[in-house]
Design a protein around this ligand. Structure first.
Ligand code: ZN
Ligand code: FE
Length: 257
């Protein structure tokens, strides 16, 4: 009964609409722009009951004010970030009960991309903003590599069939990097072919699953000997820990074209 609709925004953002027991009610996740959301709501006769934000970046919260001018709904978001419109400040272990949808989500602190970034998990769905991308992860704008590594390790431990709703369509570019790190990983090649087909049809590659990410996402695979070796060769020294492997891998990706 639960379904998730995607609303493309800007160049490569996805705003998610979560539908539960009621066919015409939705929660809006990370509305960076109100215009495409209002358009999607009108076209499909949907009424929002809540807004959920993962972090403070403009491409995730920029549309909140305009949506509130039209719909008087609660705004959930990270307790430790400055988002003026938030009515419910959340941190790790908190629960978001959306009675109108018959849904409840658990809040996970996942710092790294930003210092207070949170994710929403429930009903086999994960809304992780800019923390975990398909075949990649967010840049370290505010947090440390250690924090991001811990956040991703935590997400990787969710049930394998969890659907991963990240906030950007970065999969194809991420896979080019993933294949550079692990040229012999056949899962990456298979996925790259599927992603190419889906993009050619202009379909989103998101959601993926935790199981798939564990097979193809180098940032969840720093424990793998092949990833460790590639990072060591690139850096010219043996990383002393998985956290250092992660930090070097993230830096490698930052300079990758
Ligand atoms: Zn961001
Ligand atoms: Fe973003």
């Amino acid at each position: 009964m639960t379904s998730v609709l995607h609303v493309p925004a800007f160049e490569d953002n996805y705003i998610w609409l979560i539908r539960g027991v009621s066919p015409d009610r939705v929660a809006i996740v990370d509305p960076g722009d109100a215009v495409p959301v209002l358009d999607a709501l009108a076209r499909q006769n949907l009424v929002p009951v809540a807004i959920l934000c993962t972090h403070h970046h403009g491409d995730h919260v920029g549309g909140v004010g305009e949506l509130l001018a039209r719909y008087d709904v609660p705004v959930y978001g990270p307790a430790r970030e400055r988002i003026p419109e938030i009515t419910h400040r959340l941190s790790d272990g908190d629960r978001v009960r959306l009675d109108a949808l018959g849904l409840e989500f658990e809040v996970l602190d996942v710092p790294g991309h930003t210092a207070g970034h949170i994710a929403y998990y429930g009903h086999g769905l994960l809304f992780c903003g800019d923390t975990l991308f398909s075949a990649g992860c967010g840049r370290l704008f505010e947090g440390t590599a250690e924090q991001m590594h811990r956040s991703l390790t935590r997400l990787a431990a969710l049930p394998p069939d969890t659907a991963v709703y990240c906030a950007h369509e970065y999969t194809a570019a991420n896979l080019r990097f993933a294949l550079t790190v692990e040229p012999d990983n056949s899962h990456i090649r298979d996925y790259q072919r599927q992603v190419g087909e889906r993009r050619a049809r202009r379909e989103p590659t998101v959601p993926s699953t935790i199981a798939l990410e564990r097979r193809v996402n180098p940032f969840l695979r720093v424990y793998e000997p092949a990833v460790h070796r590639a990072v060591a060769a690139r850096a010219g020294h043996e990383p002393a820990s998985d956290t250092e492997t992660f930090a070097l891998l993230r830096r490698w990706k930052d300079g990758f074209r």
